[in-house]
Write a protein that binds this ligand. Structure first.
Ligand code: FES
Length: 106
């Protein structure tokens, strides 16, 4: 289908989940994970404030640069690595087909 991409998410037990993601519904990766009932908190509802949606980006997709808010939230978070991003700040676009992520620790 034209407006569907695939995103692989590895949960905290190391299990891979292949998710079908719509690119025409203005969704982000945090919302996508929640729709598949993966354990992503998303406490702030996608405002880049809580960092409870932290993921590690494993594929080499070029993501838009972090906003100041995303940087600030990750500054306060635990288990942050160089490939950490906030899932709520990754918007599903065609270019992200094949994206691979791992949920960060809680
Ligand atoms: S949901 Fe709070 S930072 Fe992403």
């Amino acid at each position: 289908m034209e407006n569907i991409i695939h995103v692989t998410v590895i949960d905290r037990e190391g299990k891979e989940h292949l998710l079908e993601a719509p690119t025409d519904m203005n969704m982000n990766v945090m919302e996508l994970c929640k729709s598949y009932e993966l354990p992503v908190e998303g406490t702030c509802g996608g405002m880049a404030m809580c960092a409870s949606c932290q993921v590690y980006v494993l594929s080499d997709h070029l993501l838009p640069a972090k906003s100041d808010n995303e940087d600030a939230a990750l500054d306060q978070a635990f288990f942050v690595k160089s490939n950490s991003r906030l899932a709520c700040q990754i918007h599903l676009t065609k270019e992200l087909d094949g994206l691979k992520l791992k949920l960060a620790g809680e």
